[in-house]
Design a protein around this ligand. Structure first.
Ligand code: GLN
Length: 251
């Protein structure tokens, strides 16, 4: 896509619950998405959507929701049940590009059972469920993902007590090389469904994994405009950041 083709194209980004769901730099994901669009000459509009707001989420191109602790998750869970759940479900089925980190990822599955024994119903969009374990899974993680051709690594920081298990139809985002991933047992990390990605990787994850950022942007553009070959950017700095994070994780 040339500068001329990009002109006039607009990417509508929805940041869900920015005040409540924002751990370990998750907000940086919105900055990375917006900036990589702008560098390519695409227009960007970022809308913050909070508790009680009732937007039509399928009208957006990209929806982002960061991680949060159990207390925040309970508030979101209630808002999903009473206000936004239906709209978010429709958006995902309609192919909106969605990135859900950690606590958000958990709430898109069937349920999340906390260490205090509270069972929060999830949206059930993703074929996955989460139950808290006694030990928190904390540290830098490296994952190999075949979402890309050729496969690429993804790096990030994880901190969760929830163990997520995928149903038989769910496709993991990647295979854990370092760290815990979904549950510390089956070697899987995250989940991909339609144009939605759920992952435990904070960090923020997108600035140092630009191929994942571009995957989301490309999916979003394809849905709205039918085609989208993204112009490559000079990613030398991002590559350096990625490699440094891999080294730090001991990968
Ligand atoms: N409260 C959830 C857990 O501990 C999610 C935490 C997070 O988003 N980092 O599993």
């Amino acid at each position: 896509m040339s500068e001329r083709e990009a002109a006039g194209r607009m990417v509508r980004l929805c940041h869900l619950y920015p005040d409540l769901m924002n751990l370990y730099g998750d907000r940086g994901n919105v900055i990375a998405l917006a900036q990589r669009c702008r560098w390519r000459g695409l227009g960007v509009e970022v809308t913050a959507v909070g508790l009680g707001d009732r937007p039509e989420l399928a009208a957006y191109d990209i929806v982002f929701m960061g991680g949060g602790q159990d207390r925040e998750q309970e508030l979101i869970c209630h808002d999903f049940e009473t206000v936004k759940g239906h709209s978010l479900g429709e958006a995902v089925e309609d192919g909106v590009a969605l990135l859900a980190i950690c606590g958000a990822y958990q709430l898109l599955g069937r349920y999340y059972l906390t260490s205090a024994g509270v069972q929060m119903p999830g949206l059930g969009i993703l074929d996955a469920w989460t139950e808290a374990g006694r030990r928190r899974m904390i540290g830098n993680a490296v994952v190999e993902s075949d979402l890309f051709t050729p496969p690429r690594t993804l790096v990030g920081f994880e901190n969760h007590s929830g163990r997520t298990h995928l149903g038989s139809k769910a496709r993991p985002l990647g295979r854990v090389l370092k760290g815990y991933g979904n549950n510390g047992e089956d070697g899987q990390e995250g989940l991909v469904y339609r144009n939605s990605v759920g992952t435990y990787l904070h960090g923020s994850v997108l600035p140092k994994n630009p191929w994942l950022t571009d995957w989301l942007i490309e999916r979003a553009l394809r849905r709205r405009y039918g085609e989208a070959a993204l112009r490559p950017l000079d990613d030398r700095l991002e590559e350096v950041a990625h490699r440094a994070a891999v080294r730090r994780a001991g990968g």
